[in-house]
Design a protein around this ligand. Structure first.
Ligand code: SF4
Length: 123
């Protein structure tokens, strides 16, 4: 019988860290801190200082919520990354870097997709 090379990279499905009580408590604090940071956004070297919590926009043209062009289980990555269920992939729009060699230029600076709220991520 021939060995399937994909089997060499199979790992047991891990227990998600977010189910751990300590991790959940720590996540709550991190979310609160991240939201506080949005009041004077310096998330990237552009240092705009706008209040994204109030949906103000500047260089990245992203207000309160991220712009998501698409999100799906990616089955095209290397076997050790995707496993048997695929790796999750999220393509964000409104990138603030503007790299000249970007392979995602079709949506990187255009508001394609939509502004995603936490509810979008759950559905
Ligand atoms: S470009 Fe966007 S992420 Fe960067 S500091 Fe300005 S508002 Fe924040």
């Amino acid at each position: 019988m021939t060995e399937d090379p994909r089997d060499r990279f199979e790992v047991p499905f891990p227990t998600p860290a977010y189910l751990d009580k300590e991790v959940r408590r720590s996540m709550k604090n991190r979310v609160a801190a991240a939201l506080e940071e949005l009041k004077c956004c310096r998330a990237c070297p552009r240092n705009c200082g706008v209040n994204r919590l109030a949906d103000e926009i500047k260089v990245c043209r992203t207000g309160r919520h991220a712009w998501v062009s698409s999100a799906f289980p990616h089955l095209g990555e290397e076997a050790c990354l995707r496993g048997s269920r695929g790796s999750g992939t999220t393509f964000f729009s409104m990138c603030n870097l503007r790299c000249v060699f970007c392979q995602n230029w079709t949506f990187r600076n255009n508001p394609t997709g939509g502004s995603w709220t936490p509810r979008n991520w759950l559905t």
